[in-house]
Design a protein around this ligand. Structure first.
Ligand code: AP5
Length: 215
């Protein structure tokens, strides 16, 4: 299966991807995770994107599109199936993705739109904690780790993302409304859009989607 996950910051794209990748046996590619890994390793790319990520602005289209193009060119993702999370984020990125997939003869099948309301988003993002080592997601107070500050999965250190503060969340929401929301219509026009109420519990969202996919 070949799909993209769309939705505002905190709609649960990463959480859902974690659940779906087990069920569907496909790869999960998160541009946010890839860019944060580059920042953690202090690579030239990491240094270039840091200022955008920490202020909640978008990294320039050509930088992110090149990353995705390389992923598809070097791997057999298009054949085996994948879930893109955080890409595309602008209409230009959506058009470029279509071109990349057209070259491979494997067009996108679904664009899943996770609809979520602002109060839910703010609660989820301000409470989110992430394992620095394995990326496992937690939430204070809804899903705390068993031992404070330590990941249940791997014992790694749990931290709060630099962009998960109220001021940066506001910028990310503004950027989302301006640049990313218009691509909902882009995929609707292609007949690929599947909408789901993402304010619901993530297991319930997963169940609804599996039904929509007929899987
Ligand atoms: P990115 O990492 O993609 O951030 P985002 O889109 O803002 O999305 P999030 O990761 O914040 O939220 P999510 O929807 O995955 O929610 P999650 O599942 O974690 O991008 C970060 C930055 O990188 C961007 O601002 C930009 O600078 C740059 N970037 C990335 N891609 C780019 C691109 N293509 N172009 C340009 N720039 C790019 O859930 C959040 C919390 O809620 C968790 O604590 C979770 O436990 C909880 N939760 C989730 N779902 C539920 C549920 N159903 N019920 C209860 N709790 C839930």
């Amino acid at each position: 299966m070949r799909l993209v996950l769309l939705g505002p910051p905190g709609a649960g794209k990463g959480t859902l991807a974690g659940l779906l990748k087990e069920k569907l046996g496909i790869a999960h590619i998160s541009t946010g995770d890839i860019l944060r890994e580059e920042m953690k390793n202090n690579t030239p790319l990491g240094r270039e994107v840091k200022k955008y990520i920490e202020t909640g602005e978008l990294v320039p289209d050509q930088v992110v599109t090149k990353l995705i193009d390389n992923k598809f060119t070097r791997n057999d993702l298009a054949d085996k199936g994948y879930m893109l999370d955080g890409f595309p984020r602008t209409e230009q990125q959506a058009k470029d993705l279509d071109k990349i997939l057209q070259k491979l003869g494997k067009p996108l099948e679904y664009a899943v739109y996770l609809e979520s309301s602002l109060p839910v988003i703010i609660k989820r993002l301000t409470g989110r904690r992430v394992c620095r080592n394995c990326g496992a997601l937690y939430h204070i107070p809804n899903k705390p780790p068993k031992r404070k500050g330590i990941c249940d999965e791997c014992g790694g250190e749990i931290y709060q993302r630099a962009d998960d503060n109220e001021e940066t969340i506001k910028t990310r929401m503004d950027v989302y409304m301006q640049s990313t929301e218009p691509i909902i219509a882009f995929y609707q026009a292609q007949g690929k859009l599947k909408k789901v109420d993402a304010d619901k519990d993530s297991r319930e969202v997963q169940r609804i989607l599996m039904k929509l996919f007929g899987a």
